[in-house]
Design a protein. Structure first.
Lengths: 436, 358, 491
């Protein structure tokens, strides 16, 4: 049968509807694939956050507990070498000797005397702070003079890590010798080793010894610096935003100021550090490492952010409010301060809090102005030398001692918790104001 | 209307005034006050010892804990010798003796009375991760590995740019790895000591280079002390802790730092055997390990009565409990002075005998 | 003798009288300002004969009050500021003039130390005990010191009362002068608003001052730097070894300042970061704006905010201690040679940090496309993905490009992640498994340590800072231009 041209046409060239129906399947497949890729991207983002947080949390957990050991300390006056139990002499007594001798006594049996190397190894089990604990115990309880008593002291950070992680002895990655492990076995079998929550992480300031290091000094420094930053940047930022939004004439100068502010918001933080170094320290001669200088540098950094956020909040106030007030005879200033500002305040405060939260995590500019020294004393005013939490994290991250790894991670957790609190309070404040 | 205006006004006034109060009072205080914390700058090798003493000092006395910065010996000397003004450092840590040129600079700027405190000894090690093999090397080979210009391979008395890329290029018994050494920058005293003891020590094994010393001392120094800049030697900053970390992450690399760091990290690192000697406490103490140097710190005598506690700090540092053979600094890896030497140092220091460098 | 009797009286005053320190003074000024507000209101009402006639005034009584308060507070505040800044200097000069001639002729540094000593004595001893010590002491030098300390205490004491008096006088004079002008037609509102406006302008000017400060300080030092190192060497040289010798008798690095390896390192890490951040960020933006239901969005937004809010030092820590070893081990197991501080590790973590940045800016750009375009496309039968790829993205392209440019600018300026995770060797390479260094790392390395402001080493940091500032500024301006220029076509 000869096919008619029409049927030939039909089989050779499908109709448009058929073309469309055929490709529809492929297009839907593409659509599904695209959607899947998008979902994957979002899940990838989730995964990154989860990996980051779990990694840091798992590294931080060991920092919150510490092992203490109960020692029999003999406050023998022959070792203390003091003439009376008056406070001044007790202060100067030789507690190191007391500790050493008491410990040797605990571990040397009648026939086996410890040689010098063994003595050193034994003494290394305890924290360098142990002698100060011994001292404090005697000063608090002078009745122990010339008597024997049990005193709890901290263990050295290596021992602490060993006990926490249960490593095999003599491992290439560990610093506990076989003999030390045996001694520790003995101590724990006598119920002398106890695990306690590490409060000193929060109450102590920086130290060379990981088991003693804490973040109190850094936290104080952070609080003082944030105080200065908030105090300086909030009024200046709001005032600047008010001017630019409400009063500035539309001329070249205002344009220049606006461009300036937008650019400053995107300048890398380290450039502000250079400014701080060159101008604030060199020209004005303010003290290095002080929260005052850190606060000034951070203010300059957060000012653009606060101005931009405040402007957005002020812009969001409906013009009808302004017009109504003007119509009733109010002056521009009255409109601004009595109507626009209160209305925009929730947004402004949120913006300010978020700006300060950003400043809280900044490290680079503070490195330049000298907050990298080893500072132990807790700062009590804004001109004392201080360090802040992010810089403390940076400094600890370089220390190779294993225990500092846990401390750094724990400090990061504290920093993140602080930021979380600030951001949540900003959100809560905003919703509270919006309800009004 | 009245109440909101009053409210806003009062709020603004309060805000502004509080800001002003806080800011101004403290700025005024900042410029007028006197300092009550001892400050020290200088060597990153002496830093661990200095901070341990500082911490104990702060804990056991009523004085503030001294503030210690790690700037490198050279950088520290510059800050120390800038002047006697109250905002210059009181102490300068050094991992080598003060050079005559530095002493002259001090004197020129008015810092004429300096007390030198010999703290102890420290070895310089070339260390790598203990996951790799220990390296046995001579000072001559280290010079060939790290110098900028080395004698040509064919033995002629000509200097060429350093051609060696692998350790085995120098000596087939050395590992066939890329030469990668992390070391201190010129601000560091360790660098100076390394240049003098190791590089120069290896350099002068070439008789013809040694002969140049008599004719042209500065050219000799340039040949022997210049370090290559083609990424085989990486200047890793003043933070020796960082070098230790990088070595554990990169087992093929080597690091140059003080023995105290090796001692404190002996679970992860090992020292190379130089000229047949392994770096150990005993070998450095008795001088058989060839790369050891003394550690110092310097006191600005003009500040002794102006900043509270300096004399007491010196007492603590030179005490038997700290610098003695069984002291806590030895626990940190310091190789202590002998008993008599310690007693004489203590006497000098506590009487603030000024230094005179010829 | 007379002097001593006088001092005894002063010391009695000092220990038993009121010592007016700055904070107390400020508090008093604050109270005065508030009081003058009330006072201004009362006077304004009085001029019209009572509160009932309030309406006759040209402006509200409160505005009179405001003006009075400002007139009371501001001049006094400014005087106080000036007084405080000059106080120490003047007191010091006066104190020096009372010292014996041999002390006065000391060099400025020794004099500074001497004065520091006197200040320490003056702040730790009471006047009584000083007097006692003066009488008891036989040492002439010590007597001089103690007398000087007493003198300093007296000077400080007098200064504080002078300050107070001055402030009070200014307050009274200015308030009285103003209040006398009060009348029914007195334009209090205008005047007070002018003052407030001036304060607002001053605040916004600080932003300009900051930029000027940055530019001047960085530029100044950079110009100094380019005097010793020619700019062509800096911009085009490929050797970076800035560690020059510290002393004349030391042999240090050759001091070559060719910054090309630094620029290359920065670009390499930025490129890797963008490779991660742009696709992921863009896809997240598309998914969240087009596909996600509100529940997912409620989870995803906080997640992105967390990523954005994590401080960069934490990212650096994560990169150096977790990511880099993982990459190293992976690479070694495949047989590649991976540096312990590979550019890959730093770049990946930097990319993670930038994802929320790209995503939120892109989402803004995509939502800004008029819905009419989207709905027209859907109406024509296109699937969602086709709408996105063929209609929305091209329309939002300027905004997205702007977002990418801003993200690049952020990555270039990032410091902490690279300081902790990238290397220090200036390496000119394109291999992401090698260790490179960036501009920001070198700035930090050069400035923490030797701080002399006229060595090429320190100045090089400022030159690098200048490059950084110019580049990020240029990228920001470019981003803004791109968005502005191309956006018009769609509106």
């Amino acid at each position: 049968m000869i096919k008619t041209p029409q049927t030939q046409q039909e089989t050779a060239m499908p109709t448009i509807t058929e073309k469309v129906t055929q490709s529809l399947k492929k297009r839907h497949q593409k659509e599904r694939r695209f959607k899947r890729i998008g979902l994957f991207a979002v899940l990838f983002g989730f995964m990154l956050v989860i990996v980051l947080i779990t990694d840091i949390t798992s590294k931080a957990l060991p920092a919150f507990h510490q092992h203490w050991v109960k020692l029999e300390i003999d406050y023998n006056n022959a070792w203390l070498n003091v003439s009376s139990t008056a406070d001044e002499s007790l202060n100067k007594a030789n507690y190191r000797k007391v500790l050493k001798k008491s410990v040797y006594e605990m571990f040397s049996s009648s026939d086996k005397k410890l040689n010098r190397k063994a003595k050193r190894q034994l003494f290394k089990l305890f924290s360098t702070n142990a002698e100060f604990t011994v001292k404090d115990t005697l000063i608090a309880n002078p009745e122990y003079f010339n008597k024997k008593t049990a005193v709890w002291v901290r263990l050295d950070d290596d021992v602490d890590s060993y006990l926490k992680e249960d490593f095999a002895v003599g491992d290439a990655g560990l610093r506990i010798s076989k003999q030390q492990a045996l001694w520790l076995e003995k101590l724990s079998s006598e119920q002398r080793i106890e695990r306690r929550f590490n409060f000193s992480f929060f109450t102590a300031s920086d130290s060379r010894e990981p088991e003693l290091a804490g973040i109190k000094g850094a936290l104080m420094g952070t609080l003082l610096t944030m105080f200065v930053t908030l105090l300086l940047s909030f009024p200046l930022g709001v005032a600047g935003a008010l001017y630019l939004e409400e009063f500035a004439p539309k001329n070249k100068l205002t344009d220049l100021i606006e461009i300036n502010i937008n650019n400053l918001a995107a300048v890398p933080s380290i450039v502000f550090g250079l400014l701080g170094l060159a101008v604030i320290i060199n020209v004005f001669g303010l003290p290095r490492s002080a929260p005052l200088v850190g606060g000034i540098v951070l203010t300059l950094m957060t000012l653009p952010t606060i101005i931009i956020a405040s402007r957005a909040a002020i812009k969001a106030v409906p013009p009808s409010l302004r017009e109504a007030a003007l119509g009733l005879g109010a002056s521009k200033m009255q409109v601004t301060f009595s109507h626009v500002l209160p209305q925009a305040m929730p947004g402004i405060i949120t913006g300010a809090i978020i700006g300060v939260a950003q400043a809280l995590g900044e490290t680079a500019p503070l490195l330049m102005i000298g907050m990298v020294a080893f500072i132990v004393d807790v700062p009590s005013s804004i001109v004392d030398s201080a360090t802040v939490l992010p810089v403390q994290i940076f400094l600890w991250a370089d220390s190779p001692e294993r225990a500092f790894l846990a401390k750094t991670s724990a400090a990061i957790l504290v920093l993140l918790a602080l930021l979380l609190v600030i951001n949540v309070s900003a959100t809560v404040l905003r919703s509270k104001f919006e309800k009004k | 209307m009245k109440s909101t205006l009053t409210k806003t006004f009062t709020k603004t006034v309060i805000c502004l005034s509080v800001s002003a109060v806080a800011l101004i009072t403290t700025v005024a205080n900042a410029q007028g006050g006197s300092r009550d914390t001892i400050t020290a700058v200088g060597s990153s090798t002496v830093y661990p010892f200095s901070t341990v003493v500082a911490e104990r000092f702060g804990k056991s006395t009523n004085f503030k804990t001294p503030k210690i910065e790690s700037t490198g010996t050279g950088g520290g000397m510059k800050l120390f010798c800038a002047s006697n003004a109250i905002d210059t450092p009181d102490l300068s840590n050094a991992s080598r003796r003060m050079k005559k040129s530095e002493f002259d600079m001090c004197v020129k700027n008015g810092v004429t009375s300096i007390t030198e405190v010999l703290v102890g000894y420290d070895g310089i090690v070339v260390a790598n991760s203990n996951k790799s093999k220990t390296m046995k090397i001579t000072r001559k080979e280290l010079f060939l590995a790290l110098a900028k210009e080395v004698p040509a391979k064919n033995g002629s008395e000509v200097l060429v740019a350093n051609p060696y890329k692998l350790w085995s290029d120098i000596n087939p018994t050395l590992p066939a790895n890329k030469i990668e050494v992390l070391g201190p920058p010129p601000t560091s005293g360790t660098r100076d000591a390394f240049a003098e003891l190791v590089l120069e020590g290896g350099c002068k094994k070439f008789a013809w280079i040694k002969a140049i010393k008599k004719q042209n001392k500065s050219k000799y120094k340039e040949i022997c002390h210049s370090v290559r800049e083609d990424h085989a030697y990486i200047e890793a900053g003043e933070n020796d802790n960082l070098i230790v970390q990088k070595l554990t992450a990169n087992p093929k690399a080597f690091g140059i730092f003080g023995f105290s760091f090796l001692d404190q990290n002996s679970d992860a690192l090992q020292g190379s055997i130089i000229d047949g000697q392994s770096p150990s406490f005993e070998a450095i103490a008795d001088g058989s390990y060839p790369v050891s140097r003394p550690l110092y710190f310097y006191v600005k005598n003009a500040h002794v009565n102006k900043v509270p506690g300096i004399l007491e700090f010196l007492k603590e540092f030179t005490s038997e409990a700290a610098m003695g053979e069984d002291g806590y600094l030895t626990d940190k890896g310091l190789i202590p002075l002998g008993e008599e030497k310690l007693a004489s140092v203590r006497e000098n220091v506590l009487s603030l005998t000024p230094l005179a460098l010829k | 003798m007379l002097h001593l009797r006088h001092s005894r009286f002063t010391s009695y005053k000092i220990s038993h009288g009121l010592y007016m320190n700055s904070s107390l003074l400020f508090f008093v000024l604050l109270c005065l300002t508030l009081f003058s507000y009330w006072f201004g209101v009362q006077r304004a009402l009085k001029t019209v004969g009572g509160a009932e006639h309030k309406k006759n005034l040209v402006c509200l009584p409160e505005q009179f009050g405001l003006l009075t308060a400002m007139v009371c507070g501001l001049p006094a505040l400014i005087t106080l500021l000036i007084f405080n800044s000059a106080e120490q200097l003047v007191i010091e000069q006066l104190l020096i003039s009372t010292l014996p001639a041999n002390i006065q002729s000391l060099s400025s540094i020794d004099l500074g130390l001497y004065l520091n000593n006197i200040r320490a004595i003056a702040s730790s001893e009471t006047a009584q005990s000083l007097l006692i010590s003066i009488n008891e002491s036989n040492d002439l030098i010590q007597q001089v010191q103690l007398k000087a300390a007493l003198e300093l205490q007296e000077l400080n004491y007098n200064a504080s009362w002078l300050k107070t008096g001055l402030v009070l006088i200014i307050v009274c004079v200015s308030v009285t002068m103003l209040v006398r002008k009060f009348s029914i037609t007195f334009q209090a509102r205008q005047k007070s608003e002018t003052i407030v406006r001036a304060l607002l302008v001053a605040s916004s000017a600080i932003a300009i001052l900051t930029t000027v400060g940055i530019i001047v300080s960085v530029l100044f030092e950079s110009i100094y730097f380019f005097k010793s190192v020619p700019i062509s060497d800096f911009m085009f040289g490929t050797q970076w070894s800035p560690q020059t010798a510290m002393r004349s008798d030391q042999v240090g690095g050759s001091g070559s300042f060719g910054a090309v390896p630094l620029f290359a390192g920065t670009m390499l890490i930025t490129f890797i970061a963008m490779l991660l951040a742009v696709p992921v960020g863009l896809m997240i933006a598309i998914y969240l704006s087009q596909y996600a239901n509100s529940r997912l969005r409620a989870f995803a937004k906080p997640m992105l905010e967390i990523l954005a809010g994590i401080p960069t030092v934490v990212y650096g820590f994560f990169a150096a201690l977790t990511v880099a070893p993982v990459i190293r081990n992976l690479g070694e197991s495949i047989g590649l040679s991976v540096a312990s501080e590979s550019a890959l590790a730093a770049g990946l973590v930097m990319g993670t940090m930038i994802i929320p940045f790209v995503s939120s800016l892109s989402e803004d750009a995509i939502s800004a496309v008029p819905t009419a375009l989207k709905e027209a496309s859907l109406g024509m039968g296109a699937t969602k993905s086709e709408t996105v790829t063929k209609v929305l993205l091209p329309a939002a392209l300027p905004g997205i490009v702007g977002a990418i440019l801003l993200a690049i600018s952020r990555a270039i300026g990032e410091t902490m992640i690279v300081v902790m995770a990238a290397g220090m060797a200036a390496n000119l390479t394109a291999n992401p498994l090698d260790s490179v260094t960036t501009v920001t790392v070198q700035i930090v390395t050069l400035l923490t340590g030797d701080q002399e402001f006229d060595s090429p080493k320190t100045l090089a940091a400022f030159a690098l800072g200048l490059m950084l500032f110019i580049t990020t500024l240029g990228l920001n301006i470019l981003a803004l231009k791109v968005v502005r220029k191309y956006r018009e076509q769609y509106d």
